[in-house]
Design a protein around this ligand. Structure first.
Ligand code: AMP
Length: 507
């Protein structure tokens, strides 16, 4: 969840993580633990809301879970037997605390808290409409439109109002909501973002990834199905399927990069899929080298797979400092550029004079690859080959993943040979889209009905993108107006009394 436009690439966005538990003492302490396990999904803000009887208590903070939620004083204030929480990537700065989730509201039915992973791709359009009809927004988050749609729904029960709201939103959402009566967990009809369910004693647990279940000692039951809405009230669980059946399109990038390798996403071990991608790469783009070297940590499982398949020894030629955050989350090109050096260092004695094949999960802007290749050359590597465990990232994501504006994506601007030249490698290859699907357990990608959302690689967006399309129209209108301005013509097309366009946010 974030307050910036998805194309504003100086304000990087990451995915978010959600966790909820219903029916256990000290629920908030369990959520704090669960959020620790999801910290890789967003490090800039965290929040927990719990319910004690009908009363809701919340704590939200900028920064990671550690340091914000491990004090007894804070956890003691969050008493109750149900709680939900959220970690997110965000911009920092004044005013962002009001966007930290769970968002909370008092509805006619009582308290309501919502934690969202994903991005609603028609949030701007819905928000404009709601504001026109008198809604007063408290945040700039796309998630808040769901609260207003629920609050203004003409249906009678909270569940019907909630379903009515969801039927109006487009895009990606894995949601955990706490109501005055219980907890609701649901996943958008295409299941773009992950969500799993577990049990611990009599309590039900929901989380973005299974690693969070492991941490709290919950047993993994199953994934929440795409389009499924699960309601837990007084220890009873009910599953609803309010949407027509669709071919699910879970995000394939969860397997490539986002999810932790020790998670099970939609029934598959992320670690095995990543190793499988590495093996595919070795089959598709073999190379003669002395060592296979992962770009740690995200390239490690794929490098192992590459090494096993090719028979080239796996070695740690780059050592990563664990005391700095992900390079990608440093704002601004200047700092991001330094961040790579902060994070990685060459194992000089190992790579000196050797032909090496580096394996990383993806190239976005190319900053990391360029720095790492340079680092290997400075350390004396004789040849540096780069293998990437995903197809070229050519398109922006509108479903809650941090990708910059399209023109900043290296692969959208350059051919593979030009990219190789840019990162100064001796060779560069990406896994094919079919190779990626094979590693994810499919024979091939069904072009007419793909089994995953792979829009960042193919541009095949599985939903309507109302806000993006509106934005493109606005850009065109602005260009037209600018042209007519410069020719001295009055701006007679400016829509009068229109609301200012709000920045979109993702979760
Ligand atoms: P870049 O340096 O811009 O090419 O980014 C590529 C590096 O960022 C890779 O090493 C990935 O591990 C990492 N990465 C890729 N996608 C994301 C993302 N959405 N959020 C954070 N890091 C990412």
């Amino acid at each position: 969840m974030l307050t910036t436009h998805p194309f504003d690439d100086d304000k990087l966005r990451e995915e978010c993580g959600v966790f909820g538990i219903a029916g256990i003492d000290d629920a908030a302490a369990m959520v704090a633990l669960g959020l620790h396990a999801l910290q890789h999904r967003g490090q800039e803000a965290a929040g927990i809301t719990c319910r004690n009887g009908k009363e809701f208590y919340s704590h939200r903070a900028l920064g990671p879970v550690a340091g914000n939620f491990d004090s007894e004083e804070i956890i003691n204030r969050l008493r109750g037997d149900s709680a939900c929480g959220h970690v997110r990537y965000s911009t920092t700065g004044a005013g962002t605390l009001r966007n930290v989730q769970p968002l909370e509201a008092d509805l006619a039915s009582g308290g309501f808290a919502i934690a969202h992973n994903g991005n609603i791709s028609n949030a701007l359009a819905l928000r404009d409409e709601l504001v026109r009809h008198g809604s007063i927004f408290q945040s700039t988050s796309d998630t808040e439109v769901i609260i207003h749609l629920v609050a203004t729904s003409k249906y009678r029960t909270l569940l019907d109002k909630f379903i009515d709201a969801l039927k109006q939103v487009e895009g990606a959402y894995s949601l955990i909501c706490m109501t005055a009566e219980g907890m609701i967990a649901c996943r958008d009809p295409l299941g773009i973002r992950p969500l799993v369910m577990g049990r611990i004693g009599e309590a039900y647990v929901f989380a973005s990834e299974t690693v969070a279940l492991d941490l709290v000692g919950a047993e993994y039951v199953r994934s929440v199905e795409p389009g499924e809405l699960i309601v837990v009230t007084n220890g009873e669980l009910r599953s609803h399927r309010p949407f027509p059946n669709n071919q699910a399109r879970p995000c394939i990038f969860e397997h490539v990069y986002f999810s932790r390798p020790d998670s099970i996403v939609d029934g598959s071990s992320v670690y095995s899929v990543r190793k499988g991608i590495g093996a595919q790469l070795a089959i598709e783009s073999p190379v003669d080298a002395d060592y296979v070297i992962p770009v740690p940590d995200s390239g490690t499982p794929a490098a192992l797979g590459f090494s096993e398949q090719s028979g080239i020894p796996f070695e740690l030629g780059i050592i990563r400092s664990h005391y700095v955050g992900r390079t990608f989350i440093q704002p601004g090109d200047g700092v991001r550029h330094l961040g790579v050096k902060l994070k990685h260092n060459a194992n000089r004695p190992l790579v000196n004079g050797k032909k090496i094949v580096l394996v990383d999960d993806s190239i976005v802007r190319g900053t990391t690859s360029l720095k790492i290749v340079q680092m290997m050359r400075e350390a004396g590597a004789a040849e540096v080959h780069m293998r990437i465990a995903s197809p070229p990232t050519m398109h922006s994501c509108f479903y809650g993943v941090n990708t910059p504006k399209r023109e900043k994506l290296l692969a959208a601007r350059k051919s593979i040979e030009e990219m190789r030249e840019f990162i100064q490698a001796d060779s560069l290859a990406f896994v094919s889209i079919d190779g990626l699907y094979r590693a994810a357990g499919e024979d091939t990608r069904h072009d007419l009905q793909p089994q995953y959302c792979d829009a960042c690689f193919t541009g095949a967006y599985p939903t309507v993108l109302t806000d993006r399309d509106g934005e493109e129209e606005t850009d065109q209108l602005t260009m037209l107006n600018e042209r007519s301005d410069s020719s001295g013509t009055a701006r007679d097309h400016e829509p009068s009394g229109d609301l200012p366009r709000l920045k979109q946010s993702a979760n």
